[in-house]
Design a protein around this ligand. Structure first.
Ligand SMILES: [Mg+2]
Length: 259
């Protein structure tokens, strides 16, 4: 059963205060910032940026942003040096002393590039569609497209990967992802980062809003897992409404760990 985080905040903060160490993993779009029609049109609130930096430098706490964006993109958008990053839903990870590239994703790079070129050729120019080659995965966004165009996009993606056994597609509400078969996901990335940054005894906290974040919620069954956004079935223990409430929680988290 998923509970409203702020109804149970006292007990959550008590767990955090008594934990030997805390590992915080968080998604970016829809979690730290509201979703934008154009993924290029987002900027992180400087106050949230400062909170991530502060949390990342507290002795008992380590922080990672785990996102579907490419590593280069997310490093530029968050711009905090004191934390770790996982891009492409965990297929590329950079933390102090860790530089990980998923082996299956590296092998699938060539077919992925060919697929990206084909889809750009077929879809770019249609209303609301963007095709983004993120190196280890490929995103087709149609958040701002009419339903008819979304159907065309999904059909084109399925056709493009039909003869490519190394790739599969996941169709969501905002867009589709083409990913390497057999590669890791946000759950494997969260476990790897917690172990590397904080050790196995650290209390994990994970925040996210999309289907891909469910992999991390499921990988951390004893953690403080928090789903952001409108109510929906989730493996997370707690929920909050919006990125604004995420920022509110991060303030309380900082105070609890610093005290
Ligand atoms: Mg998200």
């Amino acid at each position: 059963m998923t509970a409203d985080l702020f109804d149970e905040l006292d007990s959550v903060l008590e767990r955090i205060r008594s934990a030997p160490a805390v590992w915080l993993g968080t998604d970016f779009d829809g979690t730290l910032v509201p979703h934008a029609a154009n993924p290029g049109d987002v900027a992180l609130d400087p106050q949230v940026m400062d909170l991530l930096r502060e949390l990342g430098t507290l002795p008992r706490c380590r922080v990672a942003v785990v996102t579907g964006r490419s590593l280069a993109d997310i490093r530029r958008l968050v711009a905090v040096h004191e934390i770790a990053y996982a891009g492409n839903h965990g297929l590329e990870i950079q933390a102090l002393g860790l530089d990980h590239r998923d082996a299956a994703a590296v092998l699938a790079r060539e077919p992925l590039e060919r697929t990206a070129l084909r889809l750009a050729d077929e879809l770019v120019g249609r209303p609301g569609i963007t095709v983004q080659d993120k190196r280890f995965s490929l995103a087709v966004d149609y958040y701002a497209s009419p339903m008819e165009i979304r159907r065309i996009a999904v059909a084109a993606i399925d056709a493009a990967i039909a003869g490519v056994p190394m790739l599969f597609a996941r169709h969501g509400v905002h867009g589709s992802e083409v990913r390497p078969v057999g590669a890791g996901h946000k759950g494997t990335a969260a476990l790897r980062l917690r172990e590397h940054q904080s050790g196995p005894d650290a209390l994990p906290i994970f925040l996210g809003d999309e289907l891909t974040d469910e992999d991390a919620f499921e990988a951390l069954p004893d953690g403080i897992t928090i789903r952001v956004g409108d109510p929906r079935p989730t493996a997370a223990r707690y929920c909050v409404d919006s990125p604004r409430e995420v920022a509110r929680f991060l303030h309380r988290l900082r105070d609890a760990i610093a005290s």
